[in-house]
Design a protein around this ligand. Structure first.
Ligand SMILES: [Cu+2]
Length: 395
């Protein structure tokens, strides 16, 4: 008895296995539904549906081409095989064939160009049924920071930072004993989402404070780079209230994977209430910058600010990650007079990852974070840094 009858029967088994594996894995994907969906998600906006339609047209064209080309190939291999005594033709050049295989792809590209151009025009500006340009109703400026987003509601005096939620951030730390599986929306949640009203034309301006980021919410059907020194424009109009999630889509440094985007779409009435609340909060935050704080308040607020704004680099333990990120625990500068430390935090260090927090955090938050670093771990300076001290350095 021969162990292996011949190579081709083995190859046949391999092919069978591959087909089985593909069918099986597709079935698993299908059962798991959305979580492992094979196709692009449809999204919620009119524009995302346009993109989806375009994708389906192109996909079907590809499938038809695939079936025709492979069909012709397999048929020829099978019907004209050597064992049937077929002799190969010996020509090396055919002008007719070359014209055909040039003209057909050109025609296909022209056919695809029509819906593609339509989608691109729609992406640049929304238009009504008559094709007239529709006005934007509000503008949000999105600024990328390593590694969070800042949202400015232009003309509303409302602006805030949006960073990875505290729970995800704790669970992702090296040696954290929190199981990521137990964190809801792990790495896809933020402390403060971008809030926008439903059924509203919203202009979104994108820029960056440091490196190139990319703001991406798949359900809206587009992503746009946020580039330092440059303002990109996009727009959206979301027809359904809900929470939409996305991520930074440009490799932007060590914590690129930890700057999710969350957009909460509210009804117009709820949005108006939210906006009023934010304005009150902003006014209160200004008040906070004008008072003298107790040490307890500075320390508790400082811990929060430190963990959300500084710990990614200097670590919650204050030990940093030398040589890239210096330790603040036992740091000479942190244990000296406060002015130089305040300057470092407010103005940053040019050309390093230490950014200028003066424009990102309120004076009271900076004062609290600095007080916290001066009185934590082995640092025992014992003084407090007040918002007024920050103001003095800024002037
Ligand atoms: Cu980024």
């Amino acid at each position: 008895m021969k162990k292996i009858t011949n190579g081709s029967s083995n190859r046949f088994k391999n092919v069978l296995f591959l087909i089985f594996a593909t069918v099986f894995s597709n079935a698993v994907f299908a059962i798991n539904g959305e979580k492992y969906a094979m196709n692009l998600p449809k999204g919620v906006t009119e524009f995302s549906n346009t993109v989806y339609g375009l994708h389906m047209i192109v996909l079907w064209i590809c499938i038809i081409i695939g079936v025709l080309v492979f069909g012709a190939m397999f048929y020829s291999i099978f019907a004209h095989r050597k064992s049937k005594g077929v002799k190969a033709a010996q020509f090396t050049h055919s002008t007719t064939a070359e014209i055909i295989w040039t003209v057909i792809p050109i025609l296909i590209l022209v056919v695809i160009a029509f819906p593609a151009t339509e989608a691109l025009i729609k992406m640049e500006a929304p238009s009504d049924a008559d094709g007239n340009r529709v006005e934007m109703e509000m503008t949000v400026k999105v600024t990328g920071y390593q590694w969070k987003w800042k949202y400015d509601y232009l003309g509303e005096d409302v602006s805030f930072m949006s960073s990875l939620s505290e729970k995800s951030n704790e669970a992702r730390q090296l040696n954290s004993n929190i199981d990521p599986e137990s964190v809801e929306n792990y790495l896809l949640d933020v402390d403060k989402p971008l809030v926008i009203p439903v059924n509203t034309n919203i202009r979104i301006l994108l820029t960056s404070n440091d490196v190139i980021h990319s703001w991406w919410v798949p359900s809206f059907g587009w992503k746009r780079d946020a580039i330092p020194g440059y303002v990109n424009e996009a727009w959206t109009n979301v027809p359904e209230v809900g929470i939409y999630r996305g991520q930074c889509a440009e490799l932007c440094g060590k914590d690129h994977g930890f700057m999710p985007v969350v957009v909460e779409v509210k009804s117009k009435a709820d949005y108006a209430i939210w906006l009023t609340e934010q304005k009150e909060l902003a006014a209160k935050a200004k008040d906070k910058d004008n008072i003298e704080w107790t040490k307890e308040d500075l320390m508790s607020q400082g811990k929060k600010v430190y963990n959300s704004s500084c710990a990614t680099c200097h670590q919650a333990s204050g030990k940093g990650l030398p040589p890239a990120f210096p330790a603040l625990d036992g740091n000479e500068l942190v244990n000296a007079a406060m002015e130089e430390q305040i300057k470092t935090v407010v103005f940053g260090r040019e050309g390093t990852a230490m950014s200028a927090f003066g424009s990102m955090l309120s004076d009271s938050d900076i004062a609290a974070a600095i007080t916290y670093t001066r009185n934590s771990w082995s640092n025992t300076v014992k003084d407090t840094v007040q918002p007024a001290d920050i103001k003095k350095v800024k002037e």
